[in-house]
Design a protein around this ligand. Structure first.
Ligand SMILES: NC(=O)c1ccc[n+]([C@@H]2O[C@H](COP(=O)([O-])OP(=O)(O)OC[C@H]3O[C@@H](n4cnc5c(N)ncnc54)[C@H](O)[C@@H]3O)[C@@H](O)[C@H]2O)c1
Length: 263
């Protein structure tokens, strides 16, 4: 299916691996130009090289999304090169992974800065441009934790829920400029980050369970009987930033095998 993104300029934060990388490659196959930014520069560069092999234009940047000055700088460099940004995809996120009873202010800052300020920084940096060009799509990856909560990730869940409210509010502000703003909400997904997080939770549980035992327990909460794959998340993101989703805004689409069925 033609997504209608041919010739679009796309900025993907966290595009160095996992979901962001898959989105970069899928949109490059649709002949979009891709700017990949990641805290891990070699990974961003590697994604950009794969994008180029598909015949699309690509840029790569080292970026920490929690640093507003850095975000502004790389968005400006992208605009200098591509002359426009039509699509912003915000991917990075990670929880504090400890009981709230044990958290410190530093843990809260970590979760809020990465999960809430990251998308705010990137969105703020592109939004005036999108308003001027009267066109834009913004998609941010959140978690079903925002809807149903998540023990040992209380501040993460709060920050992700903040992104949902931000998304709805911004969608109301900028809809008149032809800008769609949406969230993709994940459950446990087999990304490199998801697999690392699983290992941490097994360790936190005293390391008594094998990964297979842990997975069998987790999967019981998923009506579709499996965890998510990178492709599941990327398919939904590519849809939401495409022309096919032109009349969808302010929404949160769960891509979690039915883990949570609340809106
Ligand atoms: N994987 C899961 O099980 C799961 C579940 C629910 C929600 N999510 C959400 O999905 C998104 C992707 O998470 P993931 O763990 O699957 O990651 P991932 O494996 O898809 O990769 C995340 C990328 O972001 C980059 N990154 C990390 N911190 C960054 C920063 N400060 N600035 C720029 N880039 C940074 C990493 O280097 C990496 O390349 C996050 O928003 C996360 O909260 C994931």
């Amino acid at each position: 299916m033609d997504l209608g993104v041919k010739g679009s300029s796309v900025f993907i934060s966290g595009g160095g691996e996992g979901i962001g990388k898959k989105v970069a490659l899928m949109l490059a196959e649709e002949e979009a130009d891709i700017a990949v930014a990641d805290i891990d520069y070699p990974k961003a560069e590697s994604t950009a090289n794969e994008v180029k092999q598909l015949g699309a234009r690509a840029l790569s940047f080292q970026l920490d999304v929690t640093n507003q000055d850095q975000v502004n700088e790389v968005i400006q460099k992208t605009l200098d090169e591509f002359k426009k940004i039509d699509i912003l995809v915000n991917v990075p996120g990670r929880g504090e992974r400890k009981s709230f009873l044990e958290t410190t202010r530093d843990d809260w800052d970590f979760s809020v800065h990465l999960n809430l300020y990251g998308p705010l920084n990137c969105t703020r940096a592109v939004i005036n441009h999108m308003v001027e060009q009267k066109r834009g799509k913004i998609a941010t990856v959140i978690s079903d934790a925002a809807k149903v909560g998540e023990p040992r990730n209380c501040v993460y869940a709060a920050a992700k829920a903040g992104v949902v409210a931000f998304t709805k509010s911004l969608a109301q502000e900028v809809g008149r400029y032809g800008i769609n703003v949406n969230c993709i909400s994940l459950g446990a997904t087999n990304t490199p980050g998801g697999i690392r997080s699983r290992a941490d939770f097994i360790k936190m549980a005293g390391g008594k369970m094998t990964e297979e035992e842990f997975l069998a327990k987790v999967v019981k909460a998923y009506p579709l009987g499996r965890l998510g794959e990178v492709e599941d998340a990327a398919n939904a993101i590519c849809f939401l930033v495409s022309d096919r989703a032109a009349f969808i805004t302010g929404q949160t689409l769960s891509v979690s095998g039915g883990y949570s069925m609340v809106s």
